[in-house]
Write a new protein. Structure first.
Length: 284
């Protein structure tokens, strides 16, 4: 009853089911990879975000080339803000609201310079494309605790004077009259002395892994269900073929049988035939 599975039509169905299931497995594995990346990011946040701040001497190499495992680590810095090098970074939404981020060069007492992202500003209402005001950082010697963040890629587009398209540190360095460390910048956690007018602080990164696991399981389940559906369809086809065969047998058995012809009665010989038979018997 299952010989039909080797027909070209059913082999085509099987190939389609195999292609669909393979696609589901690939999508499921992609979701698992996304989950692994998310869990790694969560682990970095949990480990580094609230850890004891490192002195600059212990984190200097990270500002030159950031190890991904040290992202969000806190570093304590001493020096002065260079307000003349202050920039705002465009297209930085926060909680669904468009706005900017304020980055300022920070010249350390040891002579090096790094970039500090002081926080977020909403989009302005007075001048299109600019915030209404930019709070000034503290003047003089400042102690800053900042969290390490990697330099962002160059987006390939420009910005008006006083603004950046992204926190691309090598490009930013070309606008300043002194070198800065371009491997990482610091996202402000605290500064002392503090000033009253401040950009909005950054919220702690989410530590929810999201729906990657459930999506991956769904894709794997879809792949399995495709073969379950193929098997069910094949079983139904075999069942229908069996029912058709049984119906055909019943129709044949119900047909009336033709009666065999009755044997013919022997023909009675004529008188001449009887006389000839007697003469033959006597040898004449």
């Amino acid at each position: 009853m299952y010989r039909f599975l080797f027909s070209s039509k059913w082999l085509g169905y099987f190939v389609l089911a195999l292609i669909f299931a393979t696609g589901c497995v690939l999508l499921g594995r992609w979701q698992m990879d996304r989950r692994a990346e998310t869990l790694a990011e969560i682990n970095r946040v949990v480990t580094n975000y609230s850890a004891t701040p490192l002195p600059f001497s212990a984190a200097k190499a990270e500002f030159q080339s950031l190890d991904p495992e040290r992202e969000w680590a806190q570093v304590e810095l001493h020096g002065r803000y260079d307000v003349s090098g202050q920039r705002v970074v465009r297209n930085r939404p926060l909680n669904g609201q468009p706005g900017y981020e304020v980055v300022v060069p920070f010249r350390l007492s040891s002579g090096e310079a790094v970039v500090i992202d002081r926080g977020w500003l909403p989009i302005g209402n007075k001048t299109p494309g600019h915030p209404d005001s930019i709070p000034a950082p503290p003047a003089g010697e400042v102690t800053v605790v900042a969290r390490l963040k990697a330099s962002e890629p160059d987006l390939g587009r420009g910005a008006v004077d006083g603004q950046l398209a992204s926190i691309d540190l090598p490009s930013f360095a070309t606008e300043l009259g002194y070198p800065i460390m371009t491997g990482a910048y610091g996202q402000l956690a605290t500064e002392s002395p503090a000033v009253q007018a401040m950009p909005a602080p950054f919220a702690k990164p989410a530590t929810d892994e999201g729906t990657h696991l459930s999506y991956s399981l769904q894709w794997f389940a879809f792949g399995v269900l495709m073969f379950v559906g193929f098997g069910y369809a094949a079983r139904q086809q075999a069942r229908n073929a069996r029912i058709d065969a049984e119906d055909e047998e019943e129709e044949i058995s119900a047909m009336p049988r033709r009666k065999a012809p009755a044997p013919r009665k022997p023909k009675r010989p004529t008188a001449e035939e009887e006389e000839d038979a007697i003469l033959d018997a006597q040898g004449y």
